[in-house]
Each structure stands twice: as C-alpha cells, then as structure tokens.
Design a protein around this ligand. Sequence first.
Ligand code: ATP
Length: 247
Amino acid sequence: MMRVEAGGLTVRGIISDISLHAENEVVAIVGPNGSGKSTTLRCVYRALKPDAGAVLLDGTSVHKRPHLARDLAALSQESQVEFDFTVAEVVEMARLPHERDPERDRRVVAEALATVDATHLAGRSFLSLSGGERQRVLIARAIAQQPRVLVLDEPTNHLDIRHQLDVLSLARGLGVTVLTVLHDLNLAASYCDRLYVLDEGRLVACGTPREVLVPELIAKVFHVTAHVVAHPTTGVPQLLFDQEETP
Ligand SMILES: Nc1ncnc2c1ncn2[C@@H]1O[C@H](COP(=O)(O)OP(=O)(O)OP(=O)(O)O)[C@@H](O)[C@H]1O
C-alpha cells in the first residue's frame, strides 16, 4: 500500500495549484477536454516536472525515489510500442525493474494477460492488434509491473463495454492505490471511491461521487444538463443527460 500526495502542482499556463491524494483506494480525475487531467498525471508519474509543487510517494518525492518503476506503473496516452514486439514480449518488459526470476516472471506475465482477456493474443505482433486489444495489453503490462501505485490515463479508451467494466473492476480488485483519468462519469461513480474535478487547469471539486456528481457542478463544468438517478440494483448515483440543441 502506498500513499500518493500531490501538492500545489503548477505547470505554467496549463495547471495551477492542483493538490490531491490517494491511498489504498481508487481515485479518478475527471473534467472537460483540455482541463489538465493528463498533465496532472504526467507530473505524478514523473514524465513532467512541474514548475511548482511536488508529488510524494509515502512522503518521498518521486524525483528522489531510485526505483520508481517498482513502486508505480503508468498507462499513459503515449504508452505505445514502436517496434514489432509480440504481445508476450511487450508485457515481459514490465518485469525489467524487478530482479530476474524467469519462472515467476513467466507466471506474472501469463496471469496479467489472462486478467485482461488477452491470453490468446500472446504470440501476436503488438502492431497487428486492434485499438482495444492494444489497450488491454498495455494494461496487462502495467499490472505485470506489480506496482503499489497504478496511474491510468483513460484506461477504458477503445474498450467495448464488457472490457471497460472488466478493467475497472480489475483495477479495484488489485488492492493497490489507483489514480485514473476517466471521461465516463457514470463509470467513475460506479468504480471510484473519490473524484477530483478539474476545469481550466484548476481543481474545482473533490469528494465522493455522491458529493461531487450533482447537477449544478455538472452544468458549471461540462455545460450540460444532468439528472442524477440511483442505479436500480447498486444505488450508486448515475447521470442521465438532456439532449440539447446546439445554439
Ligand atoms: N506541451 C504542451 N505545450 C502546450 N500546451 C500543452 C502541452 N501539453 C498540454 N497542453 C495544453 O494544456 C491543456 C491541458 O492538456 P491535458 O492533456 O492535460 O488535458 P486533459 O484534461 O487531459 O484533456 P483531454 O480530456 O482532452 O485528454 C490543453 O489545452 C493542451 O492543449
């Protein structure tokens, strides 16, 4: 278990003074296109050094952790594979930060592929896969890294509904700290303990889905009219949107 704490993250002209934390829970960052969600995550997984602010893992700056890849795995929008590796090879790369143990590595890779329903793809060329298949393999790679913190930028991108639900319930079931960007507010409400809402580079709300996903905030941030209903079996708040004519 690991605590992620971001304090006062500022990237000039993009995000201002973003603070968030997550520990042993699934936390989502939501917000309109261009609101700074990916930029915030990039600071967390150290792809970007903020102009101000810091990201701490269990109290130590990500820039001072010598073996960050053992602690934290990230699925980013740029997570792509340039060369023609097989699916198994792509997932095996996740084992590089760990001490080699061929038997355990093979088992971890096989398990990770199975959890994203990609066992049958193991021998395929990564570049020959469909968008959703690629996404699942990249999620398998992040899982095979066996991190204590999993950072996911739009993990449901390209996935059909079955695999969207599978991936988010898998993320929950890992029992690690998960920080994810999600566009689908109903999935966020169903699978996340807490949400942070960004708008124009600023944090405008945070709390449980029930606290945050209220019509006033949805109207202010996303400029749509939403109705909150209780999911008929789980009771979780879900949003229905009015179809509005664009002016
Ligand atoms: N390197 C950069 N140089 C200039 N502008 C940038 C850079 N990176 C991001 N931006 C801008 O900063 C804003 C926030 O981008 P970011 O990718 O963080 O948004 P996002 O909330 O993840 O958006 P989306 O929902 O569209 O993925 C956008 O307007 C983007 O164009």
